[in-house]
Design a protein around this ligand. Sequence first.
Ligand code: AMP
Ligand code: MG
Length: 419
Amino acid sequence: MAQLSQDCFASGATILSVEDAVAAITARFSPVHGTETVPLERADGRVLAADLVASLELPPFTNSAVDGYAVRGQDLPREEPQLFRVAGRLQAGSSAGLRPVAPGQAVRIFTGAPLPEGADTVFMQEDVRLDEAGRAVLPPGLKRGANVRPAGEDIEAGRVVLPANRWLRPQDVAVIAATGLTEIAVRRRVRVALFSNGDEIAEPGTARRDTQVYDSNRIMLAAMLRRIGCTVTDLGIRRDDAAQIAGVLKDAARSNDLILSSGGVSTGEGDYVKGAVESVGTLVFWRIAMKPGRPVAMGVIDGVPFIGLPGNPVASFVTFARIARPALLALAGAEWRQPPPLRVRALFAYRKKPARREYVRVHLRTGGDGVLEAAKFPREGAGLLSSLIDTDGVVELAEDATRVEPGQIVDCFTYASLL
Ligand code: AMP
Ligand code: MG
């Protein structure tokens, strides 16, 4: 279990900036310790447990990069095309016909086939003509070593190919497979307990009272958690009842690395989550200078971190992406950084309050001059699920900004980079 001291965050009711909140969390979470060995087919999205040292050089033997004709470098035609007798044929994967090339000979060779002894240059078949006698007419001007992939040119044996804590992507898994491995040690998954809060929240598939809305946050957050490799324990919907929530928190802290909730963290009288955290643990901060998403609770219960996201779906989405996700990746031990925002041209005018960061939902398109343009979703409510469906990302407006004018260049995070 991740151990977290009770005093590790800025405390009290201060309003934290997004940066400070993320820094406070990520700097102080210690990554989960356990490791497990998984088959390579299931390694994508996992966190590499130790440096991967190449046990095999890549490519493992010198081979041809093209379909063509292999010759000795010292035989290369200099001024005029020259005739070569074609001797032998080398298919990829076969060592049949692998014998030294004699002076003045060319060997028919295919992509990936090993270069025969003596040969160090390959002519592309497109550049070669065969005469009536079946001899290859090789043009002048080719550089020695052309179209050849020397052994080890990609990766030297013994080199660290992937550092420990790499959050594995398909191409990372590919390099592991290329060294011949079928399984790999990764950090264990982060265990997250997840619940929704609110008397007005109904479980999809059940009867809904007139005054209820179906729970959409929980399935969204569970999906976002799984995308970053977490195991999710579903704690369902919890009523507006501080004692019940306190019991759930205490219990979840026994077997999880983090507890995540949505709803019930504002300052309203109907918000019971903060009080529940305080009754069984410590509430360390609960407001972040961002919109949407100002009320975000952080807490510690028996050493286990708690993050309470706001209930409004858009606020839940944005605070998960910008606050909870970096924290969870730190817990997972993943070496990770948010890809930089795209620089896009705003097509809209916008006013904002200083001293908080704002996220504006936008649709992206390529303008006539090739520059990306951001059109603002016409409405702003933090409860509008449609605003997340019909947009491509969020424009992030810095704390000190107070307005955006059409034509201004702004930072935009696509959803693809936030999920
Ligand atoms: P709260 O943060 O509890 O004040 O909730 C703010 C708004 O978000 C209210 O309109 C809630 O009904 C709504 N809300 C809270 N939780 C959820 C949820 N799990 N799914 C959909 N809407 C929610
Ligand atoms: Mg509520």
